[in-house]
Design a protein around this ligand. Structure first.
Ligand SMILES: Cc1ncc(COP(=O)(O)O)c(C=O)c1O
Length: 362
């Protein structure tokens, strides 16, 4: 019996890709957020030095990695000190997003909440277990009895950042209704128009009590290692113990060479600062070009995307862009409320971003 899952959204972009290919300068693909810059040497060399791996790795992460993860959450995400039982690595963060309802035992009788405009995998996780999805951003409207609530800040696709006040309201409501609150924060170190994007586990939100809370972070974007599949999770001890047990049983284990690379990436902040500046420059080229071409940009204050509208159906905007050889993702991938937006990724090389800006101006 097959799972009842929708088609993979990006497959539907083929007609626009075919149109964009006709451009004499070729396609500029800004439809996916897949990093294009080199994996930092400090990370690549940690991997190269960790190829001997005869034994099974720890699902919880090696002791070194756990210490590095706990320290990273404390110093980069303001969580205050976390116990080593409050962290584990994941095989990229997408598997955690897609499998969290399964690992938590959410069933077809349950309700889950996801953002109104959201990365599609939250709803896929619900579909895997047959749970009902409610799309709601306002914590005061989250339904009684919901089992799991997802928030995502900075948001993919909109780039919206949630402040401390929102996060506190989210925690309070989730605790009132007895739901697990999971926060996907994988763009948190790529902020532009705000000073920071606080974690759900920020001490100013939790006051040191992480019960029922989870935060996910991914190294894919900030460290250009999407191909390694390396991410990390932190949260309340009881919840983390339950998830770790499930992950051990089903074999969701990060390979030990990747654990070594993850440790190296977490211990070096310089490469993150360098990468952030690359994206900042690309954004500074693309954003005004979109404005001049008649787009309005909404949110887009953080993360790797510009959330743009020409006040028409996203299909019409995709067609307009593909005539210029540019591929973007339609807002409809992220929910009905995105029907007049497109998501334009900053993940292309400098020359491709400059060329896209020129085509938008032509
Ligand atoms: C909001 C969000 N969460 C999770 C992921 C998954 O990232 P990864 O599996 O590479 O860690 C992505 C990737 O684009 C994302 O945009």
């Amino acid at each position: 019996m097959a799972l009842n899952l929708p088609d993979f959204p990006w497959d539907s972009l083929e007609p626009y890709r075919a149109e964009a290919r006709k451009h004499p300068g070729g396609v500029i693909d800004l439809s996916v957020g897949s990093p294009v810059d080199a994996t930092p040497e400090v990370v690549a060399s940690a991997l190269a030095h960790a190829t001997q791996a005869p034994s099974y790795p720890l699902t919880a992460g090696s002791e070194t990695l756990r210490a590095d993860m706990a320290s990273w959450w404390e110093h980069q995400r303001g969580t205050g000190p976390l116990g080593l039982d409050q962290v584990f690595p994941s095989i990229g963060s997408k598997e955690m997003v897609g499998l969290l309802p399964t690992l938590l035992g959410v069933t077809a009788a349950d309700v889950m909440v996801v953002p109104r405009i959201a990365y599609p995998t939250y709803a896929i996780g619900a579909a895997v277990v047959g749970a009902t999805v409610v799309r709601e951003d306002d914590p005061s409207r989250w339904p009684e009895g919901a089992k799991l609530i997802w928030i995502n800040s900075p948001s993919n696709p909109t780039g919206e950042v949630r402040d401390l006040e929102y996060l506190r309201a989210a925690v309070s409501r989730a605790r009132d209704i007895g739901a697990v609150l999971a926060s996907d924060e994988c763009y948190a170190q790529l902020v532009w128009d705000v000073s920071s994007s606080p974690s759900l586990l920020d001490e100013r939100v939790t006051e040191g009590d992480q019960t029922g809370l989870l935060a996910l972070y991914s190294m894919s974007k900030q460290s250009n290692l999407a191909g390694y599949r390396a991410a990390l999770v932190a949260g309340g001890s009881a919840l983390m113990a339950e998830l770790l047990l499930a992950r051990k049983h089903v074999g969701l284990i990060v390979p030990s060479p990747i654990q070594a690379a993850l440790s190296a990436a977490l211990s070096d902040q310089e490469h993150v600062d360098v990468q952030r500046e690359k994206y900042r420059r690309r954004r500074e080229v693309l954003l005004p070009a979109l404005h001049k071409a008649g787009f309005r940009l909404d949110h887009s204050e953080a993360g790797l995307y510009l959330w743009a509208t020409r006040f028409e159906d996203s299909a019409a905007t995709l067609a307009w862009l593909s005539e210029r050889g540019i591929l973007a993702a339609p807002g409809t991938f992220y929910g009905e409320q995105g029907s007049q937006h497109v998501r334009v990724a900053l993940t292309a090389r400098d020359d491709a971003i400059s060329e896209a800006a020129m085509r938008l101006a032509a």
